[in-house]
Design a protein around this ligand. Structure first.
Ligand code: ADP
Length: 301
């Protein structure tokens, strides 16, 4: 089988692991820099060209689209869909996850556990927003952020007001969230493939830090999820329409709450701490899917 991994950098750990896992299972696995792909959209036979060669023999695509390049990246994934190629996550679902507010709205529509969250356009509505989340301490998040950047804990209402005004002054969109103190700087990352949690780790923030992201100095260990947590992660993946994703949960007094759903989860910390060959499981999923979808045309939106 010919598998294309869409990734900006072949040296990224997750990209290398997927390539290695594909090759170990006997597949021809290439890394394609999606920003260097160009498309022929109008022709009868839609095409994608990469480094002067038409990518017309690809059986399956594993998108690893960075959030800052989601616009062009999802257009490339969509072009593969137009060409009838299987992509593990669909372009429409990748686009959804890039917007935190949109993701939360979709999850809330399915009745999934979320921290109380407020969003407003005008700084005139800050007071109302702060009331929704029950006052300070509270968390302020940039709508387009990743790896914990743009996630701020405001200890007092004055601090919250000042930060919100500053962000809005820069025209940045933010959401405001109740602070889940009992999570004690820990979160759970669950890797969902095809409706099952295949690996889960608990990430613990560095001392004095409330964000558990490994990029922010957090540490990780293997964890056993409760049935509730498992079901929450699986339902979140389904609500977002993602076959493969990372679901971040935090443990609260009222059960698991979803922090975010990530369509391009990092594999390094996850595989290392859980001991699970996640890359191998992703390739196995691709094999199953290609086998069962032979002749079927993926939908595009
Ligand atoms: P990013 O997408 O940048 O990783 P998240 O929304 O996942 O941003 O937040 C980063 C981390 O900050 C979370 O994994 C969690 O540890 C912590 N965190 C975020 N929101 C809250 C909250 N409302 N209450 C407690 N901790 C939070």
């Amino acid at each position: 089988m010919n598998i294309a991994i869409l990734s900006r950098n072949p040296k990224l750990h997750s990209t290398m692991r997927l390539k290695e896992a594909g090759e170990q299972r006997g597949h021809n696995t290439i890394v394609v820099d999606y920003l260097r792909c160009y498309m022929d959209i109008a022709a009868h036979k839609p095409k994608l060209i990469y480094q002067g060669r038409a990518l017309d023999d690809i059986d399956a695509v594993i998108p690893r689209i960075g959030w800052s390049q989601a616009f062009y990246g999802s257009a490339v994934v969509r072009q593969f869909e137009v060409m009838g190629v299987l992509t593990v996550n669909q372009s429409i679902a990748i686009t959804r996850t890039r917007d935190k507010l949109r993701s939360l709205q979709l999850l809330s529509r399915k009745g999934l556990g979320l921290p109380v969250t407020g969003f407003a356009h005008s700084t005139k509505d800050i007071d109302g927003l702060l009331q929704i989340v029950g006052g300070a301490p509270l968390v302020i998040k940039l709508l387009e952020g990743a790896q914990g950047i743009g996630v701020i804990l405001a200890e007092t209402l004055n601090a919250a007001q000042a930060v919100i005004e500053a962000f809005r002054g820069l025209d940045a969109n933010i959401l405001v969230q109740e602070y889940i103190q009992e999570a004690a700087g820990a979160d759970l990352r669950c890797l969902v493939i095809d409706g099952k949690v295949v690996a889960a780790i608990k990430r613990q923030a560095a001392p004095g830090e409330f964000r558990a992201n490994l990029h922010r100095g957090g540490t990780a260990e293997k964890v056993r999820l409760s049935p509730d947590e498992r079901s929450c992660a699986v339902r979140a993946a389904k609500a977002m329409g993602l076959a493969i994703c990372g679901v971040d949960l935090i443990r609260s007094n009222r059960g698991p709450l979803i922090m975010e759903v990530n369509s391009t989860p990092g594999l390094e910390g996850l595989e290392y701490a859980s001991g699970v060959d996640v890359a191998g499981k992703i390739i196995e999923y691709v094999e199953r899917k290609v086998d069962s979808s032979h002749g079927a045309t993926p939908t595009i939106e």
